[in-house]
Design a protein around this ligand. Structure first.
Ligand code: PEP
Length: 263
């Protein structure tokens, strides 16, 4: 039994039109109906209205992939927390490495977005993690320190957010961190949170692992005591794979009757 309720979140990235997204969640819903963990799908902004409708009455919560820090105004192309909340969005990914790499996201903007999301009552899933070069250069802890100290600055209760530890070298590459590597690094993040924030909140904060988690390796990763869930990219796009991860502690989805289009 895990100390903290695990949270498995799918990150669809820029995949699935609204129609495709609805078909995917309709396939996932019955497969995860008895899940013991919290289940979330973080979908492209334009899919939100249709997917929100399709998720009604299910145990899957809706998440977005970004949020702006201003309440409203002249920020062409951006989306506010109030816009997300109107459709029942509960979670929002902030600071994904792809946003840091391709869209100029920094620890400072991550911080502003995180505080805005919390202020609006959304649960931020804040992504942190080192590049391969940083790991090989022995800088992992320095990078995480900076991302925590700056990116999470000013949060009064750290247990209100979810942290996703995503080593950049493991995202979408098929190269998963070993269970020991992921567990040890997440343990370090928790220790750092205890120092910077408060030990009690650090004990409660859920820290996911993300980076090529899939139906084959989820059980071993989730067996590690520090790992409180997963942020799942590629494998969240296939109903059977995502449901197998969500049901990692129930023997996957073996024995469940699958509709023929999923076989
Ligand atoms: C992600 O996008 O956060 C991720 C972990 O992707 P993947 O599972 O495909 O590595």
């Amino acid at each position: 039994m895990k100390q903290r309720t695990p949270i498995i979140a799918g990150n669809w990235k820029m995949n699935n039109t609204a129609k495709e997204g609805v078909a995917l969640v309709n396939a996932v819903k019955p497969l995860v109906a008895d899940a013991k963990c919290k289940v979330v799908v973080c979908v492209p902004a334009i899919d939100i209205p249709a997917v929100a409708e399709a998720l009604k009455g299910s145990n899957i919560a809706l998440g977005a992939q970004n949020v702006h820090f201003a309440e409203k105004g002249a920020y062409t192309g951006e989306i506010s927390a109030a816009m997300l909340k109107e459709y029942g969005v509960k979670y929002v990914i902030i600071g994904h490495s792809e946003r840091r790499q391709y869209f100029g996201e920094t620890d400072e903007t991550v911080n502003k977005r995180t505080l805005a999301a919390l202020g609006a009552g959304l649960v931020p899933i804040v992504c942190i993690g080192e590049t391969l070069e940083e790991r090989e250069g022995g800088k992992t802890e320095n990078v995480l320190d900076r991302q925590i100290e700056t990116g999470l600055k000013g949060i009064d209760d750290i247990s209100k957010i979810v942290i996703a530890y995503e080593p950049v070298w493991a995202i979408g590459t098929g190269k998963t961190a070993t269970c020991e590597q992921a567990n040890e690094t997440i343990g370090y993040i928790r220790k750092k949170c205890a120092e910077v924030f408060c030990p009690k909140c650090a004990e409660k904060v859920r820290i996911q692992y993300g980076g090529s988690m899939n139906a084959g390796n989820c059980k071993q990763l989730m067996a590690m005591p520090e790992i409180d869930g997963g942020l799942i990219g590629g494998a969240s796009l296939k109903a059977v794979d995502f449901a197998t991860i969500v049901c990692y502690d129930q023997g996957g989805i073996q024995g469940m009757k699958l509709p023929k289009e999923l076989l």
